[in-house]
Design a protein. Sequence first.
Length: 633
Amino acid sequence: MAIQITFPDGNQKSFDAPISGLAIAQGISPGLAKKAAVIQVNGELWDLTRPIDRDATIAIVTRDKPEALEVIRHDAAHVLAQAVQELFPGTQVTFGPSTETGFYYDFARDTPFTEMDLEAIENKMRDIVKRDLPITREVWDHKTAVEHFEKAGEKFKAEWIRDGIAADEELTIYKQGDNWLDMCLGPHLPSTGKLGTAFKLIRVGGVYWRGDANNAQLQRITGVCFANDDDLKAYLKMVEEAEKRDHRKIAKQLDLFHQQEEAPGMVFWHPKGWAIWQVVEQYVRGVYKKSGYQEVRGPQIMDVSLWKKSGHWDNYQDNMFFTESEKRTYAVKPMNCPGHVQIYNAGLHSYRDLPIRYAEFGGCHRNEPSGALHGIMRVRAFTQDDGHIFCMESQVEGEVTAFHSQAMKVYSDFGFTDLAVKLALRPDKRLGTDEAWDRAENALRAALSAAGVAWEELPGEGAFYGPKIEYHLKDSIGRSWQVGTIQYDPMMPERLDAVYVDENSQRIRPIMLHRAIVGSMERFIGILIEHHAGSLPFWLAPVQVVVAPIVSDADGYAKEVCELLKDANLRANTDLRNEKINYKIREHSVQKVPVIAVVGRKEAEEKTVTLRRLGEERQVTMPLADVAKHLLG
């Protein structure tokens, strides 16, 4: 039987069916077949060896394409699982997907894996790659799959099939060689040898079966994987640099903050860390004022009845903290929006009043899993530079466009210039009709177009109440962080009965825009610390200047200089210790102090100051009267 294959350029060719993607690639050129990873058949990725038995539009996907990299990483997970079971018979496998940078697999085993085990497992993986085992796809019925995994002692796999897959549903099974297999949707590479060697195991940790702490504990082995060795080396170098910049290490070194077990996922800010916080907060407060926001403040806890009306009870309660008083249940707020609606609802508004913009440095608490907590980047208690705009539908485009300009200016001022804008679209679990979501998504698209922005769309990643624009910035070592957002929400005003009176004296629901530029203050400060490796720009540094006398005779003058700098609103300290000046300079350089003001007898007599900037050998001496202006200039 002949089938018609259509290629990406529109050309067509007939083949005798069935024919594999690998055979088609070989027919085009041996070089293409060598580089090929998978084939796209009518928009779906298939194994290169899977027979095509009908007319189709195809595209050969080579190793250098993003779609291929996900397949390569999934293959690495399977090779990891085979290596573990060859080295440690009796170990059960559960699941092992690809990730953004590599792969992992979860294993059930009584004995914990060690660092030495990881080395042995990685070596065994390389051996399996060298053996170049063929990877083949089979289709099994439900009963056969359950019986096989039960007989093999794979109780987790058998349970998953029994509980999660319909009895009449077929399952795809992938074999590596003759002796190892796993249930998997695929696709996969033609053989283990195609995986290559650009992978590395990096850690082992504990997780729970199906993510439930009441279930059995498993061990997760995680690795990184790339299409070639150069990309792997570049990534490992970036990880090494990231470890040096770890905000937790720098915070300890610079005495910025600490965390402890009695308050998991919360932060104890020390004076220097809180100084950074205050600079960021006051800067953002200035943006509020320039942009027409009114600053407000809402309660930390509110009766659960409000959270039920808002929709958070149905969609978010697993992430909320609760407390009781006088037989009433209250929720500690995970977000500020319902409180802002209450402030809006306290008065009756005309269309002439809109837009109304509220802002709050709102403290929130979210019940994040303990395993997900990470320094101040992922916490349970945090503060947002939160804001909500109540506006007419016709005002959405202008408000979003204005917000975009504000956000881009803020990121630039903090030292971030490489940004990506993404539009997160309707999730499966959501409020509202498809028509309402169409209007919301199209409104944000129109605003981004008006701002002249290129953006990426993220299907399924919007909030339960509406789509959102996300701002992702890259730091100095190339890592991407999602920070700001503006979200379109017609649902909250509906659920909490917010209205305005239009020109016809009709009561109309406003559109509510949720917006934040830096997002979580804690997380943003953590990003800043790592981006600048602790050496914050002068305007952000917790201590901007240390005045260090060369000899004790100049102590009085050092105090005079320090007071003058403080009067100019500079964050300045003195170092009057009986130590040599080179020692003081070294120590304050380690503490990342941007400027050291050196004074001695000569400076005291001449009323001058010698300034030494961090990382510069050159010093400059100037009159005391000019120092503050020079530093602030």
